[in-house]
Design a protein around this ligand. Structure first.
Ligand code: ADP
Ligand code: ADP
Length: 220
């Protein structure tokens, strides 16, 4: 399975409705842009999908199940939620090996992933000296450890230089071409129009539009 389904999802923080009856589905093998201004509920929705926050009502399903019901979570859904990438005094390779071993994944996969994200040359350097772009690459390698069919990327290009942005864009296209389902949040319409096949647009925790980029371009 490579599905994301969000149904009537509601979550309040005190007086604020972070999610207010949000429903959408993400089609397999697509890059779907999750577009909306800051504070519109995108991170909250991703955190609920990952079992890191509890919804008040509704359902957030990966492959038809709530996160805690997934049999092999790391192998079903990977996520890049922010730029924090482990202990600064560890090397990139040790960081990934440690994560991999916790989940019974071999070191060879770590070597392959470091190459895939372009960090093979700095694998023995301390994460503490990494730039934001390098941290994002490491975070993506971690998200891919279990070879998941579904990926959630929260504002992955924020703060990156043009080369870093282009690299992430191409990686997302490649992940979708491999048949993975990629949900990527952004507050930048232009960025999403360049990257995504489909757009799920939200505001104040509600669905505003669910459309293909091609359809939007035909209308303008
Ligand atoms: P986005 O990812 O679109 O920027 P968020 O999901 O981060 O939006 O936030 C949605 C709303 O929920 C905002 O009003 C935010 O301030 C609020 N919010 C998010 N997380 C928390 C939290 N842990 N405690 C209180 N309010 C929160
Ligand atoms: P447990 O060993 O308690 O079942 P998990 O392996 O599910 O824990 O998760 C351990 C940590 O890794 C959690 O903090 C969770 O946020 C994170 N995590 C779990 N699955 C993923 C994933 N697919 N992508 C990114 N982070 C994950």
């Amino acid at each position: 399975g490579r599905m994301i389904e969000v149904r009537e999802l509601t979550k309040r923080y005190g007086g604020t409705a972070a999610l207010d009856g949000l429903s959408f589905e993400v089609r397999p093998g697509t890059v779907t842009g999750f577009l909306g201004p800051n504070g519109s509920g995108k991170s909250t929705c991703m955190r609920v999908l990952l079992g890191l926050a509890a919804a008040d009502s509704g359902a957030a399903l990966v492959n038809g199940r709530r996160y805690r019901e997934l049999e092999r979570p790391l192998h079903e859904v990977g996520a890049l939620l922010d730029a924090s990438a482990g202990h600064g005094d560890r090397t990139a390779r040790d960081h990934l090996r440690c994560l991999a071993r916790t989940h019974g994944i071999g070191d060879r996969r770590v070597t392959g992933l470091l190459e895939r994200v372009g960090l093979a040359g700095v694998a023995r350097r301390r994460i503490g000296g990494f730039s934001l772009g390098m941290r994002q690459r490491l975070g993506i390698a971690a998200a891919l450890l279990g070879d998941p069919g579904v990926l959630l990327l929260d504002e992955p290009v924020n703060g990156l230089d043009p080369d870093g942005i282009r690299w992430i864009r191409e990686l997302m296209r490649a992940l979708a071409a491999e048949g993975r389902t990629v949900l990527v949040s952004s507050h930048l319409m232009g960025e999403m129009a360049l990257t995504a096949d489909r757009l799920v647009v939200v505001g104040r925790g509600r669905l505003i539009a669910d459309t293909s980029v091609a359809e939007l371009e035909r209308r303008f």
